[in-house]
Design a protein around this ligand. Structure first.
Ligand code: FNR
Length: 334
């Protein structure tokens, strides 16, 4: 059973938290990795397939063949699937589909985007705590793996604690707290005092989140942990920019991180568009350089790989997969 004590965690990030980035984070030293938020109905129209070429478990959208979620044995004991949902029954159906492939299920109760709020998901659940608790309790009562949620704080420590206590009473294993309110944005200061107030008063592990602006190196993670009084810390942007933040032995240069990321993207046949997006978020301002502009023109994984001298690696792997693919790409899951 996954423990949430004393952990350094890759936060859920849409489009960033796909398999190659999760594996990279684990290899650099992250203890737990969250998937990007995936909406329940996407899973409900997908089928679980064992991919015997890549040795992955794929949830494939039956309407368009896209891969909703790809995972593998290397992360099985450490990957947390984050669900976007507003409905207990649907959430349970999906969680049951995933129960044997992931280490835990997390419910997103912090997303402030219009798409989520209009659908009654994300931070909307913090307004409707009855519904939030029904979702969590339904999952806790019917799953063999831990259930958690990720929330934002309210304006006061007291109100935050009041809501957290209701959520904790459902039997969840841990709670991640992003120290900003629903109206605050990443540039606003993170309220470590409110996270600390809650962490001191509840009995389950609290995962502190929101400190990336001040986390520039590995040791900063533990300063944030101390400031928030939490047992565990979760990183989003610091990891998005340079995933080697999880390395005890210090961060690696950007080009090394991109090279290692790209190898995983090739190994796991990640889509060129998703791989490109992740690299864009590592390069950031450097997209304005001549090399950055060349990168932005790339459309295939091979073209991207060529910029980091991995084109041969990419071509070889892809032809190996193509040859194996003749036997048929999808096998019904073992
Ligand atoms: C996020 N965040 C987020 N949160 C969540 O619960 N589910 C998600 O899918 C996403 N997606 C996402 C994408 C990207 C690109 C970013 C930068 C952020 C929020 C994230 O998990 C975290 O709560 C905040 O970024 C604050 O933590 P940091 O960045 O200060 O470590």
């Amino acid at each position: 059973m996954l423990s949430y004590e004393n952990k350094v965690i890759l936060a859920p990030m849409v489009r960033i938290g796909t398999l190659p980035m999760r594996l990279l984070a684990l290899r650099y030293g992250a203890d737990i990795v969250y998937s990007e938020e995936l909406i329940d109905w996407k899973f409900l129209r997908s089928k679980r397939r064992y991919n015997d070429i890549l040795n992955t478990v794929d949830f494939v959208d039956q309407t368009d063949g896209t891969i909703v979620f790809r995972t593998c044995l290397e992360e099985k004991e450490k990957v947390v699937l984050q669900l976007g949902t507003c409905n207990a029954e649907r959430a349970l159906k999906v969680a049951k589909l995933l129960e044997n492939d992931v280490a835990a299920i997390d419910i997103n109760m912090g997303c402030p985007k219009e798409f989520s709020i209009k659908g009654g998901m994300g931070v909307a659940l913090l307004k409707d705590t009855e519904k939030a608790c029904t979702i969590l309790k339904t999952l806790v009562d019917n799953l063999s793996i831990p259930v958690t949620c990720k929330i934002r704080i309210f304006e006061t420590p007291e109100k935050t604690l009041e809501v957290v206590n209701k959520l904790v009473n459902t039997g969840i294993h841990a709670i991640a707290i992003h120290g900003r309110t629903k109206d605050e944005r990443p540039q606003h200061a993170v309220h470590t005092d409110i996270i600390q107030y809650v962490a001191e008063r509840i009995s389950i592990p609290v995962i502190a989140n929101g400190g990336s602006k001040e986390i520039e190196k590995y040791t900063d993670i533990f300063k944030f942990k101390e400031m928030t009084g939490c047992t565990s810390v979760m990183l989003a942007r610091a990891a998005e920019w340079n995933c080697s933040i999880f390395r005890k032995d210090g961060m690696l240069p950007m080009d090394t991180v991109i090279t290692e990321y790209l190898k995983l993207a090739v190994d796991y046949d990640n889509s060129p568009s998703n791989s490109k997006y992740c690299i864009q978020n590592i390069l950031r301002d450097l997209q304005e350089t001549p090399r950055g502009r060349k990168f932005l023109e790339c459309q295939t994984l091979e073209q991207i790989c060529a910029i980091w001298d991995l084109d041969e690696y990419c071509v070889e792997k892809q032809s190996e997969y193509q040859k194996k693919g003749i036997k048929g790409r999808w096998q019904v899951s073992p």
